[in-house]
Design a protein around this ligand. Structure first.
Ligand SMILES: Nc1ncnc2c1ncn2[C@@H]1O[C@H](COP(=O)(O)OP(=O)(O)O)[C@@H](O)[C@H]1O
Ligand SMILES: [Mg+2]
Length: 292
């Protein structure tokens, strides 16, 4: 099966859709250490199609690492990630590409190229993965930019637009090839509350209107309650909670409670270190205030 394989539009579209009735994403026994830092600890879970899944957890708990493993950007020490039943870490490049075509990714930075206009940025993946004529690509780009409310900004350069617009352009690029799944790494980072609401609505709409499965990493509590069908909380490389936003709200798990309440004291380590640090710097007064 070597040589040039020309992908026509209908095939490209069909490829990006989910074929099996099984889970959209299936993670099993995923394990990863960096030296002595055991970041992903035997993680197993499945995501159904057409829902919004939120992955949350304290800084450094392994959310981005998990995402990199799910999109095949990094190889696990052991375990597997199946995208629509296809191994994203397969030794076969052809198999990996097949899995890769099923999803788009919106990175935290939006990752737009500054030398290209918004429209040219969105066109990139279509040009790379299809042989469609430019006139068709232009139409697809316009459609995707209109979907995210950016129909007027085709010819703008990334440095000419706001952070929220960059996010939306990045999203248009992530969905350029009609993926069945979209991964988002902290889509609301650095945005004001109104723009966060706009992005949340887009994630919700894309999921319901296009039947996309969305996997969103965020700590933004209002977002979680607005968008999530299910929430997974990651802590010390394990999933310590999985449930609906309502179950999250009423969970008695001490890690979940500390995170939700923003308590400086509790099982999550980093804030404890921080309060010990502040105690050393400004004396026990602060600790006393916290205890009261
Ligand atoms: N490429 C890497 N090499 C070494 N350590 C890493 C690497 N990527 C992440 N880590 C470590 O793994 C842990 C989890 O990081 P990360 O997944 O970025 O957390 P989060 O996204 O939840 O904030 C951190 O302790 C981080 O220092
Ligand atoms: Mg991260």
């Amino acid at each position: 099966m070597s040589g040039d394989v020309r992908i026509e539009l209908p095939e490209a579209r069909r490829d990006s859709h989910l074929r099996t009735d099984g889970p959209a994403i299936s993670v099993s026994g995923l394990d990863k250490s960096y030296g002595s830092n055991h970041v992903l600890n035997n993680l197993s879970f499945g995501f159904d199609r057409g829902k919004v899944y939120v992955i949350m957890g304290p800084s450094g708990c392994g959310k981005s690492t998990l995402l990199r493993h799910m999109i095949g950007a990094e190889h696990p020490d052991s375990g597997s990630v199946l995208i629509d039943g296809i191994d994203i870490h397969s030794p076969s490049r052809k198999v990996r590409d097949e899995a890769r075509r099923k999803f788009g990714v919106l990175f935290q930075s939006s990752a737009l190229l500054n030398g290209l206009t918004v429209a040219e940025n969105v066109a990139l993946p279509i040009q790379r993965h299809t042989d469609l004529p430019q006139s068709t690509i232009d139409l697809m780009v316009k459609l995707k930019l209109e979907l995210v409310g950016m129909g007027d900004a085709l010819d703008k350069y990334p440095y000419e637009i706001s952070g929220g617009m960059k996010k939306r352009a990045g999203l248009a690029r992530a969905i350029a090839l009609d993926p069945a799944i979209v991964f988002y790494d902290e889509p609301s980072a650095g945005l004001d509350p109104v723009m966060i609401g706009v992005i949340d609505k887009l994630i919700k709409d894309l999921t319901s209107k296009l039947g996309i499965t969305s996997v969103v990493i965020t700590h933004e509590m209002p977002s979680i309650f607005r968008i999530a069908d299910e929430v997974l909380m990651l802590f010390q490389g394990r999933i310590v909670f999985r449930g609906t936003p309502e179950q999250l709200r009423t969970s008695n798990d001490p890690v979940v409670r500390q995170f939700m309440n923003g308590d400086p004291e509790g099982p999550i380590n980093a804030p404890r270190q921080l309060s010990e640090l502040s105690e050393r710097l400004i004396g026990p007064g602060l600790r006393k205030m916290n205890d009261e």
